[in-house]
Structure formats: structure tokens, C-alpha cells
Design a protein around this ligand. Structure first.
Ligand SMILES: NC(=O)c1ccc[n+]([C@@H]2O[C@H](COP(=O)([O-])OP(=O)(O)OC[C@H]3O[C@@H](n4cnc5c(N)ncnc54)[C@H](OP(=O)(O)O)[C@@H]3O)[C@@H](O)[C@H]2O)c1
Length: 288
């Protein structure tokens, strides 16, 4: 019998099977042959040789899938897809597409291992995204749009396509009344962001989502929203996908407070992986 090995497709099936699993040995999909053992404290080992692509998938995604470490009630991942000069869109907001095919597949995989995907109103307005998982297998996350002024058009996909539930977080005091009503599809509007014109604390947004049972959170964009979670110290990991493209002007990826000394800059532990079309920086913001 030919020796079996783990390719990227099998690795992805194993990763989906690993979500929230603690100590278990998982077989190679379609066989009974042990392939992946998950042990405590985020350790894992392979029983079969794996292709380079499969190894990359394991090292990027297994840390995101494992049971949340002791005492942590949620995990927040951010992503930004940027040009070499750190832009996520042109001045007019055009961002389709900065990243190549492999980068977009990576984005869909991040959605598939998350309970909820969060975008700001700017992204929802300009991109009219669906935020579903289409380029990989896996479940659609709950879609969350932070839309204090209700400026995202009602006809946009998030509110009309029925592919997954959408939470629209708008200005207003949180009465807690709606919490039990996360629909299977359709839109739930939650007034919870405080008075119109004020900025909601990202920690408050996380608490609202946690109250609905959403604990693995993926902040997909745009730059203002990702930066606000990062600046509040609430991102555990950040995936920055860099495309070999120079735009030369446009919307910045990061909007953080000014610093004078480089010692104050973020310099997290990082792994750098070529996705093919894009270079991915996987930043561990718990270890800055
Ligand atoms: N390349 C990529 O990876 C990527 C990913 C996503 C989006 N994009 C691009 O990025 C651009 C949009 O990004 P952006 O940075 O301008 O905007 P954004 O982050 O999508 O949205 C920002 C807006 O969301 C609302 N918001 C976010 N956090 C809030 C909070 N804590 N409290 C209250 N309101 C909050 C506010 O809406 P109000 O303004 O109504 O108060 C805020 O102005 C688009 O051009 C899109 O195409 C690129």
C-alpha cells in the first residue's frame, strides 16, 4: 500500500474537525489512519508526513481552533489585506482586490473557524460584502456590522441574502432584552453602542457578542475598526496579508496613536508564511 501523507485539503478537514477539541487523535479524512493528535496547552503532533502547504495550514490555524486557554472567555483575531505601502483601499474606497486568490481563500478560512465576523460600517457600505465561507469548506459565521448611524443600505447582501444571521449594532442603550434572540438567519438590530455620535468601547462590543455565545471573533476590517480593537489591547492575533502591489495613496491599514520612539512601536512575535499570491504575517499580539 502506498504511504499516505497529508495534503492541504486533508489538513483543512482536520483543522475543521479540531475546532474546540481538547485531547484527541483525528484520522486522515476518509480513512481510519491516525493523522493528527491534539494534546493539552495547544500542543499537536502529526502521525504522517505532510506537504509544506499542509504544515503551513496547521501552524496558522490550529492555534485559532483550540479550546480557549484557562480563564479566557473569548479570542479575537484581526486581519488586514494591504499593499506593500500599507494601504487597504484607494482614496475612493476601492479594495477589490488588493490580495490575490490565495489571500482571499485564507480570508474565507479565517471566517470558517470563527463564531462571528465583524466589520465596520465603512466596509459594509463600500464593499457590500457577504462575509460567508465560499472558497473553503466550513460553516458561515454570524455576521456583525458596527453601524451606529444605520448608514449601511438596507438592500446590502448582509441584510438580504439570508445566508447567515446578521447582527447590526447601532446607537442606543443596551437593555439586554434582545440577547436571547440570535436568529438562525435574518437580521437582528441591537441598540447597544451608547448615544449616537459617541464611540463604543470594543470591550463592550465583545461583551455583547459573548452574551450571545459568540466567543471566537474575527475582526475582518476595515482599518479603523481593526485598529480600534488593537489599540484597546483586545486583539490576540493579527493576520496581515501583504500583496506585491504599491498603491501610493489611499486608506491606511493602521490608525494608531502617534509615537515618538520606536521602542513604543508594536513588535510582536511573528511567523511569516508565503500564501502564494501574498505574504502573510501572523502576529501573536499576546506576545508583544
Ligand atoms: N484590504 C482589506 O483587508 C480591507 C478589509 C476591509 C475593508 N477594506 C476597505 O476599507 C475601507 C473601509 O475601512 P475604514 O477603515 O474606512 O472603515 P471601517 O473600519 O470599515 O468602518 C469604520 C466605521 O465603523 C463604525 N465603527 C467601527 N467601530 C466602531 C466603534 N467602536 N464605535 C462606533 N462605531 C464604530 C463607525 O461608523 P460611523 O462612521 O457610521 O460612525 C466607523 O467610522 C473600505 O474602502 C474597504 O473597501 C479593506
Amino acid at each position: 500500500m502506498a504511504a499516505q501523507s497529508i495534503d492541504a485539503d486533508s489538513a483543512w478537514q482536520l483543522i475543521l474537525a479540531a475546532v474546540n477539541r481538547e485531547s484527541v487523535t483525528l484520522p486522515l479524512p476518509g480513512t481510519s489512519q491516525p493523522a493528527l493528535t491534539l494534546a493539552g496547552e495547544a500542543r499537536w503532533s502529526l502521525h504522517l508526513p505532510a506537504t509544506a502547504d499542509a504544515q503551513s495550514l496547521f501552524s496558522l490555524f490550529l492555534p485559532l481552533c483550540r479550546p480557549l486557554p484557562n480563564g479566557r472567555s473569548h479570542q479575537v483575531i484581526g486581519q488586514l489585506g494591504q499593499s506593500l505601502d500599507g494601504r487597504i483601499a484607494t482614496v475612493t474606497g476601492a479594495s477589490k482586490f488588493i490580495n490575490g486568490d490565495d489571500g482571499i481563500t485564507h480570508l474565507h478560512r479565517l471566517r470558517a473557524v470563527s463564531d462571528a465576523v465583524i466589520v465596520g460600517a465603512g466596509t459594509a457600505c463600500e464593499d457590500n460584502p457577504r462575509l460567508t465561507v465560499r472558497r473553503a469548506s466550513g460553516p458561515n459565521p454570524v455576521r456583525v456590522v458596527i453601524d451606529p448611524h444605520r448608514r449601511v443600505p438596507d438592500g446590502h447582501h448582509l441584510f438580504t441574502d439570508g445566508q447567515a444571521p446578521t447582527l447590526r449594532l447601532v446607537a442606543g442603550e443596551d437593555t439586554g432584552e434582545h440577547r436571547a434572540r440570535l436568529p438562525e438567519t435574518g437580521v437582528l438590530e441591537l441598540p447597544c453602542l451608547g448615544p449616537e455620535g459617541s464611540r463604543a468601547e470594543p470591550a463592550h462590543i465583545i461583551a455583547i457578542l459573548e452574551g450571545l455565545g459568540l466567543r471566537r471573533l474575527f475582526v475582518e476590517g476595515g482599518g479603523l475598526t481593526v485598529s480600534s480593537f488593537m489599540n484597546a489591547g483586545l486583539l490576540n492575533r493579527l493576520h496581515v496579508m501583504v500583496a506585491p502591489m504599491i498603491i501610493g495613496s489611499g486608506r491606511p491599514a493602521f490608525a494608531l496613536p502617534e509615537i515618538e520612539n520606536l521602542a513604543e512601536a508594536w513588535r510582536p512575535e511573528a511567523q511569516c508564511i508565503s500564501l502564494g499570491s501574498d505574504m502573510l504575517f501572523d502576529l501573536d499580539l499576546d506576545r508583544v
